[in-house]
Design a binder for this molecule. Sequence first.
Ligand code: ADP
Ligand code: ADP
Length: 227
Amino acid sequence: MIEFESVSKRYRDGTSAVVDLSLTIPSDKITVIVGPSGCGKTTTLRMINRMLEPTSGRILWDGAPLRSKRKTALRRQMGYVIQSGGLFPHRTVLENIGTVPGLIGWDRAKTRKRSLQLLSDVGLERKLANRYPAQLSGGQQQRVGVARALAADPMVMLMDEPFSAVDPVVRAELHELFLGLQRELSKTIVLITHDIDEAIKLGDQVAILRIGGKLAQVGTPQQLLDE
Ligand code: ADP
Ligand code: ADP
């Protein structure tokens, strides 16, 4: 479980991106953070893997302050997926998937085997393995992005608008892939989106942020729909 305790983030130019956020993110569930552009979603997500540090308050992971953890260790334990895949353009599909295993010192054979398995897990044909990202459709790129994030078997998946750069049909396919993978893998997932319908469809828990970086509501989709 990840706990935000009165967390605020103010950027150097004075912008208050997140204000006094207290939120519990349960383990092995999908928490969706939803709200309009600029409400602090990305800032919140980036504080979880310490790409950004809170200005005040603290974040605990299974009871231990995040500050006590090394960033390299967090990177290994927390997969990160961004809009439109964020793939390295000059690396093949297989090389992209193997990035983190490569960084943490897996040998070539193990990395290759794991990468090929993930390629199939995200529903891509093996013949795509040696292509470059520009030779893939948007939906395929996003699948590779998910495979890359899963490569080192992280405990937590941080997903920044992972399905928003594709058309509605592909998005629906990616939703099914995502929910299917989660049924198997049961990761602690934090996914951000500006689309409330997507939040309701995917989230076990939904947290609504409003402009100004404050938490407006949090609950299960059913609780939010009942209000
Ligand atoms: P969202 O992901 O919900 O669109 P962000 O977390 O990206 O929101 O941004 C929240 C607020 O912080 C916005 O007002 C944004 O302009 C501002 N912001 C984001 N990054 C920076 C930065 N590096 N410096 C200053 N302000 C920033
Ligand atoms: P952007 O500014 O477009 O959001 P970033 O510079 O944050 O992109 O990230 C560049 C690439 O590195 C992305 O593909 C992202 O998935 C990956 N990445 C960034 N931060 C991390 C991290 N802490 N752990 C793992 N991968 C990361």
